[in-house]
Design a protein around this ligand. Structure first.
Ligand code: MG
Length: 393
């Protein structure tokens, strides 16, 4: 596949509008260039070695971590997003290393217990600037990781940080400065950031179908009302009439991912050929994202999402779990915020430092950082240690 017939390809097989080391806006703290790898490879490597990355293994997507070993966690989700995103990047001659770095970092700021945890923490933080997992991912790589002697955070390149920040309110954008200025100026992020965002959607829609079926919260009969699923399911059944149901589902999920990736690559390729951005700056200045699905696939995706929302995310068994999770987060926040001496020493020192700097806003932020960093099981344990008189502290 050659998305820019006739256009010059740069060394490394990159299209002229791909992000590159030489065109990077650099790091917040100046560093010598890496010896044997690219700048974006270095970002990717730093992310993999981060504590927040390891903790993704024990954080929920939809199901609580201890519900079963076969369900996706944030870690397996992030790896799947990286795989899908890299395939798309390679097909479009975009920067795979940057794509992978953004994909692996995109969920670092997630609280325990998935979206239920984030909503609960956001409610707790309503008077103190709110909580949003996407902003928290950036905070993790910019501030919270403590890996290097010379700077806080991971000191990633502008392009990786920009890719992590998928959305941002104008108020927050004004606070964050350069990395968020595109939200104030109406500009686009790199193509690598645009495609990773959609690879995330492809990954979770498809694996939530898989996990939903495995958990038996939804079944194939219900799913047949979703055209995207129905089409693939019928094709597989017709072609392999004797195949065991479990393998039918795996085959369907594989095809679901594949057909979305192909649609995305072909649609984006056509747009890039038509618009022919000369470089990354032209990509940024474009009035709308150049990476996207065809209109038909966008509709198909929307139908699938609507189905999952109605039948899986709002299933009473999922809701019981999320209601419990929200209670754990709320009660942890209340306890720590009202009495920071309940925090372990290190977290308490941070809370005191932030309180000294920003008053109660700072104290609340430090508590939110501490809670957001917890894994599902750590949050449950910590809740027990605070509220259950029978449990050891
Ligand atoms: Mg994600």
């Amino acid at each position: 596949m050659n998305p820019q017939a006739g256009a010059l390809t740069r060394p490394g097989g990159l299209a002229p509008y791909a992000a590159s080391d030489t065109g990077s806006r650099g790091r917040r703290h100046a560093e010598a260039p890496p010896a044997c790898r690219s700048e974006f490879q270095r970002d990717r490597d730093r992310i993999i070695h981060a504590a927040a990355f390891r903790r993704l293994e024990y954080k929920t997507q939809v199901f609580v971590n201890h519900e079963g070993d076969l369900f996706r966690t944030r870690l397996t989700h992030s790896i799947e997003v990286a795989q899908i995103a890299r395939s798309i990047a390679r097909a479009l001659q975009l920067n795979e290393d940057l794509t992978e770095a953004i994909a692996l970092a995109h969920d670092l700021g997630h609280t325990p217990f998935g979206h239920a945890g984030q909503d609960a923490l956001n409610a707790c933080m309503s008077e103190y600037g709110g909580f949003e997992h996407n902003l928290q991912s950036l905070r993790v790589v910019d501030e919270l990781e403590e890996k290097y002697a010379d700077f806080p955070g991971l000191n990633l390149t502008f392009e990786t940080r920009e890719g992590i920040l998928k959305h941002c309110s104008p108020k927050k954008a004004a606070e964050l400065g350069e990395v968020a200025e595109r939200f104030l100026l109406g500009k686009q992020p790199s193509l690598e950031a645009q495609l990773t965002n959609l690879a995330d959607e492809i990954a979770y829609n498809s694996h939530d179908v898989d996990d939903g079926l495995r958990s038996e919260l939804i079944d194939t009969r219900q799913l047949e009302e979703v055209p995207l699923f129905h089409q693939q399911y019928r094709e597989v059944r017709e072609r392999y009439p004797r195949l065991a149901q479990r393998r039918v589902i795996h085959e369907v999920v594989r095809r679901l991912i594949n057909c979305q990736v192909i649609d995305l690559v072909q649609t984006s390729q056509a747009r890039l050929q038509q618009q022919r951005p000369a470089d990354l700056e032209e990509v940024r200045n474009h009035s709308s994202p150049l990476i996207g699905f065809s209109e038909t696939m966008r509709d198909r995706n929307r139908e699938l999402k609507r189905f999952l929302r109605r039948h899986l995310y709002r299933h009473y068994r999922v809701h019981r779990m999320t209601a419990k999770a929200a209670r754990v987060i709320r009660e942890l926040f209340t306890a720590f915020f009202e009495d920071p001496h309940l925090l372990p020493d290190e977290a308490r020192h941070k809370a005191e430092a932030l309180r000294h700097r920003d008053g109660l806003h700072g104290q609340a932020r430090a508590v939110a950082d501490y809670i957001a960093g917890m894994t599902d099981r750590y949050a449950i344990k910590e809740h027990g240690r605070i509220y259950n008189p029978g449990e050891l502290t």
